[in-house]
Design a protein around this ligand. Sequence first.
Ligand code: SAM
Length: 243
Amino acid sequence: MKLYNELAEWWPWMSPHTEYEEEASLYLEIIRRYHPNVKTAVEFGAGGGSNAYYLKRHFDMVLSDLSKEMLQVSRQLNPDCEHIQGDMRSIQAGSTFDLVFIHDAITYFTDTEDLLAVMKNAKKHLKENGILFIMTDQFQETFRPGTSHGGIDKDGRGFRYLEWTDDSDPNDFVTETEYLYIMKNEKGEIFRESDSSHSGLFPMDTWEKLLASAGFRATFERIHYTAEPGIYYGIVAEQIPAG
Ligand SMILES: C[S@@+](CC[C@H](N)C(=O)[O-])C[C@H]1O[C@@H](n2cnc3c(N)ncnc32)[C@H](O)[C@@H]1O
């Protein structure tokens, strides 16, 4: 997507980190219930690092992402964290952790083989009692087509977007999202861009089976955001001891 590449500098105007405080605290509560003593974590697909900005107060975090432009945005917000570039299917963070956290970035995979590769790679990054926490945006059971908008003004610049997500073929495992962006720079000049993405739409049962074949036992935890109606679940994946 253009948003994660040539338009990445606009990310803090599209999705300011202050909008992530509540969700980060809900995730922390779940993480602590399953692992009360997380000291180290790696995030795959950390993007602008907005969740990490709140989570890093509770444990050390290494932040990884495919896009070097998004890592640059996160470095400005999280200069105290190590940043590494790589694909979450294959990245090697060079250590093991108490927690692997994957937020909405995992939603972009539309193929179960890719999801399985991510899960297997997450397992390689976990200490013996470490957990994987996945916060995908959507499941087949709860998906509703929808439209949203947002963006803010800050430091003399402004950004607004319209986002429309639909499921054109209910028989595949893919949803389509179209975006319109309007940007205003410091001189007041207006620019317009469009973008599009595909996301995976799998039933919970598929997630559970994939996690099991990667060596995890999955538990679905319902999440209630005050500002966002809809039904959301996080997946806590605990490692199944070998043998
Ligand atoms: C919506 S942003 C993540 C925002 C993040 N959750 C936060 O708290 O700021 C999605 C990110 O997923 C990253 N991404 C997409 N595919 C990826 C992959 N295969 N491996 C790693 N990162 C990926 C994109 O580069 C982008 O930065």
